[in-house]
Design a binder for this molecule. Sequence first.
Ligand code: DAH
Length: 351
Amino acid sequence: MSLQDDIAQTRAEALAAFDAAGGKGDAAALEAARIKYIGANGLVKAFMKRLGEVPKDQKPAVGQALNALKDELTNAHDAAKSRLGAAAPKSVSAFDVTEPLPPERQPALGKLHPLTRTVNELRDLLRALGFEVVEGPEVEDERHNFDDLNIPPDHPSRDSFDTFFLSKDALLRSQTSTVQVRMMETRKPPLRVIAPGRVYRPDIIDATHHSTFHQVEGLCVDMGVSMADLKGTLQLFVEGLFGEGTRIRFRPSFFPFTEPSAEMDCSCPACSGIGCNVCKQTGWVELGGCGMVDPAVFEAINHARGDKAYDPEVWSGFAFGFWIERLAMRRHGITDIRRFLENDLRFLRQI
Ligand code: DAH
């Protein structure tokens, strides 16, 4: 075949190849065609090299025809490429990963339950005061829930109206004070622990009572620990939780496992102690109980351990127990304890 015939045939093939690749949006095929026909080692280049075969008088015409072919194929390639470009944005915009989702398709972001947040806050505060966070089981025996806490067999809290018994000697703990016993049984003094956790009482449920609630227990045992240490610790604790300037007061009370014992109140966070609905116009709200560990508890622990690790002549300690719901209610102005367990998202979203 003469060079002129080859040129004509290649022209037709190349135009068809560029057109097809552009039409299909096939960038790889277009690039392959470019290399094959108009690339540095492509067919057009090869034709140029064959100009020597052409009789002299026809050379200018064939040369011109080759230049024209190169231009035509380059234009055809560019046109096909711009068809690719036009198709491309469509496929990109269909999958723009940076585009924000419309509100109805946004994933729902959860947040922590108000009780969890209160526990996290008080845990951080007490950790900063040197307390370690520990846990105890919710299913307990009578010894840990009562006996070793100096709660005698005839105490009303041991009545089935006041404790959920699972069997003769298995119960749902009614206080986190059980963890005091568990810690002292297994560790030697000095000791500085807090134990947040869930407790259970068969109480009649109303705005301030529930069968399931949470407490945080604190225990510090060391040499020469006094009521002043207890008061100072709790003062820092309430200021951290409710803000600087919050005052505390101890009211004499009785708990079998502490002597002396006190109920602790703090100045009402809602009105700063002036008097409002939250504090029933008294200026004070009750947070929980506290006191100095009763030596009888140390003796019970020594008995259980079979040693004298907690010699009351050497060691003293303070303990406290707060209702976490109460702390959260005071903090957020919640007036009904039932809200915490109802799972009503309208309530939970507000806090
Ligand atoms: N466990 C007590 C209760 O549930 C609260 C309590 C009072 C805990 C005094 C203490 C304490 O550690 O010292 O009523």
